[in-house]
Design a binder for this molecule. Structure first.
Ligand SMILES: [Zn+2]
Length: 262
């Protein structure tokens, strides 16, 4: 989610996954722990959350990296403070390739969520989605239900497992993979949806297209920040407020650059 790649440090963790070099910045663990602590009440739940965030973000970036390789590139993956990056300097820059590469991250997460749904079903537990908690189907929920909110307006629920850590694991897996993917599809720069919007908008007039896609980014990020503020989601308010601000600053920078002439 960062605009730039964080500088290497001594505390970085390095490994290879499907041939892609992966680097995990220490900030990834620190921020994931902070999010985990703020959302959970005990250490097992917090560590489950960190592990799920690590695997899920890796799968998201792997989605980007696989398509980047498909388009002739040699990408590397970095996990940092608020997410990850699949960086590719030698990839095909055509709009079609770039749009498919951007979409591959969120869709890798949706596929992973589908696998989780399948495993829950195969283990004999009902799982479903409802528009409100009142509409939960008791036949699916099997008496009690673990309810989570993968989207703002829709609820996922499943018949609980006897082990509470397993319930948390399933809930976190669904929540992170669905919510993270949906949020990433919003037309906000530098999220994946913002990258798609930029490619689409610049097909006609590149200059006007870039500014239009950035204004869309300012308005969308501002609306998400306002909604998060209304819901008392402090971190989301800050994050999306910051993204709205960056997009606005980028518009100003472009305008100044163009006034200077090149
Ligand atoms: Zn992405």
């Amino acid at each position: 989610m960062l605009l730039y790649e964080p500088p290497p440090t001594q505390a970085d963790v390095h490994f290879r996954l499907f041939g892609f070099p992966v680097r995990v910045s220490p900030w990834f663990w620190i921020v994931a722990l902070l999010f985990g602590v703020s959302g959970n009440s005990n250490p097992v739940m917090t560590l489950t959350w960190v592990a799920v965030a690590f695997v899920s973000i890796l799968i998201h970036e792997l989605g980007h990296a696989l398509l980047q390789r498909n388009f002739g590139g040699h990408p590397r993956i970095t996990l940092h403070g608020v997410g990850g990056l699949a960086i590719c300097e030698d990839c095909d820059r055509s709009p079609r390739s770039q749009i498919l590469i951007s979409l591959a991250g969120p869709f890798a997460g949706f596929l992973f969520a589908l696998v989780v749904v399948a495993v829950v079903r195969l283990s004999g537990h009902g799982i479903g989605f409802a528009l409100s908690p009142e509409r939960i189907d008791p036949r699916v929920a099997g008496g009690g239900a673990v309810i989570l909110q993968p989207l703002v307006w829709a609820y996922a629920y499943f018949a609980p497992f006897t082990s509470d850590p397993v319930n948390h694991l399933v809930a976190d897996l669904l929540q992170i993979n669905i919510l993270w993917g949906v949020l990433n599809l919003f037309p906000i720069y530098p999220l994946d949806g913002g990258r798609v919007a930029r490619e689409v908008f610049t097909l006609g007039n590149p200059r006007r297209g870039i500014v239009a896609s950035l204004w869309l980014s300012v308005v969308t990020a501002g609306a998400v920040a306002a909604y998060a503020l209304w819901q008392n989601w402090f971190i989301m308010t800050l994050l999306f407020g910051y993204l709205a601000y960056i997009s606005y600053q980028t518009i100003r920078a472009y305008e100044q650059h163009w006034r200077g002439g090149y």
